[in-house]
Design a protein around this ligand. Structure first.
Ligand code: 6PG
Length: 251
């Protein structure tokens, strides 16, 4: 399901509406909603929209469990931190239960940080060995190369099928290493929401969605990481929120 909006501001507003209904429905049905946040720049406007009226006041924030799909291994106060962005844009402004905000410890080394974050997810979801956390709502962005979370094309993290969280280098060797959840976690989601804006994403959007927005992944070509997000849970949905610039190559 694809929603194309005239601007990034409209994209944030449309995604906020869907997010709010998903949170409310999950809490009404199961008493909580588990949300996996995306990093990067695109989601910030959505998080800010959720931090304002009407959502700040009328969503059951105390029943929302928050985690991150990926994080850069930088200090918590570093401007590149995905966690820092989400706290400043949303989590510091709404009454979430701090015990339900599952942050990663980025002061640890890469493998230790990944193991610690996986252990935190296992504990929060009460998982038995081999089980995968089933997030109700997963936000993702994509890069021009088709990466999502920190699953970059050609890197081992994309092929991980056992661990829930791994450390991975970033393609840019000068950039910080990353933590990322793996595809089994993304594919256990109830709802996946891709948030994509900007002309630099138009080509990869067309590659993933097809010119008519009806791409069924071509089994022949090597799939991009974002194309391998294909949730298998019964009733799972994948929604794309695009601005017109990112949708420019779609008919
Ligand atoms: C990150 C994200 C990454 C991001 C895309 C798009 O930590 O950077 O997890 O996957 O979603 O790179 O980033 P922008 O929204 O900044 O274009």
């Amino acid at each position: 399901m694809i929603t194309i909006t005239p601007s990034p501001a409209h994209l944030a507003a449309a995604a906020a509406t869907f997010c709010a209904s998903t949170i409310s429905e999950a809490v009404n049905r199961r008493g909580r909603c588990t949300v996996l946040l995306a990093g990067g720049a695109t989601p910030q406007a959505l998080y800010e929209a959720l931090s304002r009226v009407p959502y700040a006041d009328n969503l059951p924030w105390a029943q929302v469990v928050v985690a991150w799909g990926d994080e850069r291994l930088v200090p918590p106060d570093d401007a590149r931190s995905n966690q820092r962005m989400a706290f400043r844009a949303l989590l510091d402004a709404v009454p979430v239960n701090p015990a339900f905000v599952l942050t990663a410890d980025t002061t640890l080394g890469p493998d230790a940080a990944a193991a610690a974050y996986e252990a935190r997810l296992v504990e929060a979801f009460g998982l038995a060995p081999g089980e995968v956390p089933e997030f109700d709502l997963v936000f993702l962005g994509i890069g021009p190369d088709g990466h999502t979370a920190s699953l970059f094309p050609g890197m081992a993290a994309v092929e991980e099928t056992t661990r829930l969280v791994v450390a991975t280098p970033a393609p840019d060797p000068s950039g910080p290493a990353r933590l990322t959840v793996t595809l089994p976690v993304l594919n256990a989601a109830g709802a996946v929401v891709f948030l994509v804006q900007g002309a630099e994403k138009a080509a990869v959007v067309r590659q993933i969605l097809g010119a008519d927005g009806d791409a069924s992944a071509d089994s022949g070509a090597a799939l991009l990481p974002a194309q391998r997000v294909q949730p298998t849970r019964p009733g799972a949905v994948v929604k794309w929120f695009l601005d017109e610039a990112a949708a420019a190559e779609l008919r």
